[in-house]
Design a protein around this ligand. Structure first.
Ligand code: ZN
Length: 272
């Protein structure tokens, strides 16, 4: 159980973690959904999302942040606490209850609290907006819009900042109190896309970060060096996803790949 951080502690934690914070409007600290549903708190984890909007130009970034402030007709804002732009800047748009998580699975919440493996989300019985800090990352979520390393780094830093401030890092390894919206609410897919390393990899990066002081700056984020083939994958798609070519992958994995059109689920292929 945890009371939400006082807003001054929240912003201090982010800054200490090296996050470039932008206070979008001066009123963000009290911009929230009040006591609707279960209100806000006890808080138990951090949830990551993508916006399904563009963020290539400053105007597009501004429009995305404004949308997260305003929300939609049927889903009033704020839609999160912070919006993470592709360049890694984090725009603060709300504090308190925000409309980001919706109803999710109580088994998942238990795993988040206990820092254990996240089970499948097959129920929608728990008010997530009361339980999670929420960050929306600007990305179209169409499986093509690429996540820059700066944006991934900012996701890791905001997550680590909150976990550090709450002391939510019991086991010190990959199972920590950070989840994707996809893992919480049946039917959701976010976040996803090329350059996004996957939920477990993000958790591992946060866990690694928490072994260091908040001021830690790792080397440039590195791309993964292997990939495990899933059912339905083609070598062409894998090459595109990791910004390489079929020929390079075939050459790197010539003991495994005899025919580029014949790859099997479970194969662990080298990417570089
Ligand atoms: Zn979401």
């Amino acid at each position: 159980m945890a009371e939400p951080l006082p807003v001054t502690e929240f912003i201090k934690a982010l800054k200490n973690e090296g996050v470039e914070v932008v206070e979008y409007k001066t009123t963000w600290r009290t911009h929230n959904r009040g006591k609707r549903g279960d209100g806000w708190g006890p808080v138990q984890g951090v949830m990551l999302h993508h916006t399904v909007t563009r963020g290539e130009t400053p105007e597009e970034v501004k429009r995305s942040v404004q949308l997260c402030w305003d929300g939609y007709d049927n889903l009033p804002g704020p839609l999160c606490h912070g919006v993470i732009a592709p360049d890694g800047k984090v725009y603060l748009v709300g504090y308190g209850r925000a409309n980001h998580a919706g109803l999710g699975d109580d088994d998942v919440l238990r795993a988040v609290i206990n820092e254990t493996k996240i089970p499948a989300d097959n129920e929608a019985n728990t008010d997530g907006n009361a339980r999670y800090y929420g960050f929306e990352c600007i990305n179209l979520g169409d499986g093509k819009d690429t996540w820059p390393p700066e944006q991934i780094d900012a996701m890791v830093r905001v997550s680590a900042a909150i976990l550090r401030a709450h002391g939510w890092n019991k086991n010190g390894e990959g199972f920590i109190s950070v989840i994707a919206h996809e893992e919480w609410q049946p039917g959701k897919v976010d976040p996803r896309g090329p350059g996004y390393p996957g939920h477990n990899a993000v958790r591992a990066l946060v866990a690694e970060r928490l072994k260091h002081p908040a001021s830690w700056t790792p080397g440039a984020p590195t791309a993964p060096s292997t990939y495990t083939v899933k059912a339905g994958d083609t070598l062409g798609e894998i090459a595109e996803r990791f910004h390489t070519t079929v020929a390079k992958l075939a050459a790197l994995n010539k003991t495994l790949i005899k025919d580029p059109d014949d790859i099997q689920p479970g194969w662990k292929i080298k990417l570089k």
